[in-house]
Ligand binder design. Sequence first.
Ligand code: IMP
Ligand code: MG
Length: 177
Amino acid sequence: MEIKFEDLKVLYSEEQLHTKVKEIAEKLNKFYNGDEVVAICALKGAVLFAADLVRELDMPVKMEFIRLSSYGSSTTTSGKVNAVDINLPDLNGKNVLIIEDIVDSGLTAKFLIDFIHMNFHVKSFKFCSLLDKKITRKVDVEPDYYGFEVDDKFVVGYGLDYDGHFRNLKYIAYKEN
Ligand code: IMP
Ligand code: MG
């Protein structure tokens, strides 16, 4: 599959994304109730979502960044999660919030959940993803918080890419068949 800018259709507008980010932040603000959080942004896809989300949080926030990859230049997961950079500080006793762009097969989410729990005794652990493609799930994981459920289409924009392209779009788009 090749995706050209001309073929893209808006799935969620800038305004819809903004509203949704605020909704998620409200839930997180309630849950953490002023307690410090370490927000871990899963690069590269979650960068714009994380940037917008943390600005709506009203507790003290530390940001960390990790980089995983499973896709390469294809539009389906390779089935293997590759930890490109997973250097994290000591998270023992911390409220850990993972921020992801999309949960698809669930392999990346599962990898991250296992990694955190194997290495640290955290105070709390939450997994937050802007999008949830439940229909393509291969392993049994669910995000604690998610913005929109999407069906089995490849989406780009607002951080999500196709072979490195379209991350800078203000909206989420898909290719109409
Ligand atoms: P999973 O491990 O299969 O759940 O895939 C998770 C990662 O694949 C996400 O963090 C995204 O970076 C990427 N991904 C999955 N679906 C899409 C999509 O529709 N568009 C762009 N990237 C996607
Ligand atoms: Mg990602």
